[in-house]
Design a protein around this ligand. Structure first.
Ligand code: DGL
Length: 268
């Protein structure tokens, strides 16, 4: 099989990376994808770096071996923070793409100069995030909020269809940010620094109840970046080969949430 026809691996602890996969499939409709949810070891966000690195390493090795992936998209902020650098060193020949909270793009959106950042506890504690924060924190006031339990609640909602726990956590973490909206001193931009959170966008909008807050999800930017890297490496799949790429879903543990969420978010 020509290298161009190999699939792209996309990885998260659970269903959150589907928010990135949705953007990838729109930007790269001819590509084949293998999505891997590490559901037996989720959530990552309240674990330490060594654990998340070990899991990320194992997933990358497995996807390279069993699917011969041509690129690996870490569709998880927590895993990118803990593992991207080491995986790049360990796999210098692999095309690796990560994701990080959109602190810089938020600067272009805010008028009040106050920006909320929601992410997992592990992402906010990581050295990678601290470096990012140091780079931009002189230009706006970032209010950082670790959203314990929210990614897990979003995974669970995919099966239970009960939105009560997700709504309760969203309300709690919005309250913790302080005043929201476009009035002076209020937060008018919220960075969604975990790939699960865009899947709860409807609930977020309902809880915001009309308050003017821009929600920032970097999935489209990650998809464009992936396309650019594939093209530069000569690894993009030719559009003439077959009109539509295929999607394979894999999970290390229970896969009910993954299939339900893929059906809902990707029509797959
Ligand atoms: N979706 C992951 C992220 O972007 C983390 C979810 C988890 O805690 O496992 O950070």
């Amino acid at each position: 099989m020509p290298r161009q026809d190999a699939p792209i691996g996309v990885f998260d602890s659970g269903i959150g990376g589907l928010s990135v996969l949705r953007a990838l499939r729109a930007a790269l409709p001819h590509e084949h994808f293998v999505y891997f949810a590490d559901s037996a070891h989720a959530p990552y966000g309240e674990r330490d770096d060594a654990y998340v690195l070990a899991r990320s390493r194992a997933v990358l090795a497995a996807l390279r071996q069993s699917h011969g992936i041509k690129a690996f998209v870490i569709a998880c902020n927590t895993a990118t923070a803990a593992a991207a650098r080491t995986l790049r060193e360990e796999h210098p020949d692999a095309l690796l793409v990560g994701i990080e909270p959109a602190l810089k793009p938020a600067l272009a959106l805010t008028h009040t100069g106050r920006i909320g950042v929601w992410a997992t506890r592990a992402t906010l504690a990581s050295g990678k995030f601290q470096t990012l924060y140091q780079a931009w924190s002189a230009q706006a006031e970032y209010v950082l909020q670790a959203c314990d339990g929210l990614a897990s609640a979003i995974d669970t909602e995919a099966i239970s269809a009960d939105s009560t726990p997700v709504r309760a956590l969203i309300d709690r973490y919005l309250d913790a940010l302080g005043p929201l909206g476009d009035a002076p001193g209020a937060i008018d931009t919220l960075v969604l620094g975990c790939t699960h959170y865009p899947l709860a966008r409807e609930h977020l909008l309902a809880s915001l109840a009309g308050r003017a807050v821009a929600l920032l999800d970097p999935a489209d930017a990650v998809a464009r970046h992936t396309r650019t890297l594939l093209q530069a490496a000569g690894l993009a799949r030719a559009a003439s080969v077959a009109p539509q790429g295929q999607l394979t879903l894999r999970a290390s543990g229970p896969d009910v949430a993954l299939h339900a969420a893929a059906w809902r978010w990707l029509d797959a």
